[in-house]
Design a protein around this ligand. Sequence first.
Ligand code: ADP
Ligand code: F6P
Length: 327
Amino acid sequence: MQDHKINKVAVLTSGGDAPGMNAAIRAIVRTASHHGLQIAGVQKGYYGLVHNEFIDLGSRSVSNIIQRGGTILRSARCQEFRTEEGQRQAAENLQSNDIDALFVIGGDGSLQGAHHLATHWPGQIIGLPGTIDNDLSGTDYTIGYFTALDTALDAIDKIRDTADAIDRVFLVEVMGRMAGFIAAGAGVAGGAEEILVPERAVDIDALVDDITIAKEKGKVSFIMIVAEGAYPGGATALSVELEKKSGIECRPCILGYIQRGGSPAALDRILATKLGTFSVEQALQGVSGVMTGIINSELVTTPLKQTWENRKPLDPYLFELQKIMAG
Ligand code: ADP
Ligand code: F6P
């Protein structure tokens, strides 16, 4: 297909940083350079876009970053960009920097921002799913999810050693905002006895029964994975409630921000490289207003609005087999 005429592109990372963002930046820069395009990086996400923090990038700028967590462009959460005035200023800065296409690597909020920017700027905008939450529709996996899973699993395996040693119930709280993908994946991989997610109601009395029955059956350890959005107050509050009702010692363990760090897993690096390259190729064909993703191993594009308006479902089979495994 005749290449669509663009000369200069820009890339930014926005919102919650995720392992693999650097691999995506690298793929965008190297592919754009391969096609003879000029490349600019925008520092600190939408904050940098509003405050004109553009830097020149080239193939050498992204050497030796594929294995690094975080993002060399840094990220931010920017209230200014939620306003029309902030979006207009961002559009002006893109215009004055002669940008023809912008790549936004971020989560659902960042993609909503990209969607609003399009009403102020005529250039092409392509989003890449960069979040550990895996909560974006239009892709089976988001960049950072695999690494966050491995990080949570490593912690769960360590918790299991003390859970085997002392008669207690451990509640391991994982990130995911209002989605349970990290909890469901880490729970099955970690052999958890319970998995609590925002998508499914929590029944305290049923949990107390499960704990009591498990102890009666002689189960040596009991680990519950609690997605941070599954219960008000998270694992800490739930731990107090369960101990009060069951009479069994309960201990919370909040994994927190370690899930956002670390050297990206191989699958995140491969995903990020595929999506970065595919995104530039789509831009060269004139595509705009979409997020790139991978579904059933196929590279696809999805209109930006659908990525957050269509709630991506959890795999129900994970919960069926977890119940059998916990028997
Ligand atoms: P994530 O992209 O990881 O979901 P946020 O939800 O914090 O992270 O969004 C990142 C940034 O995107 C916000 O700080 C804001 O600048 C911008 N943003 C989010 N939602 C909107 C919106 N509805 N309109 C305009 N900008 C938005
Ligand atoms: O969206 C990624 C994420 O890590 C969520 O899982 C978590 O709830 C949120 O970001 C934390 O936001 P912040 O980095 O602003 O504390």
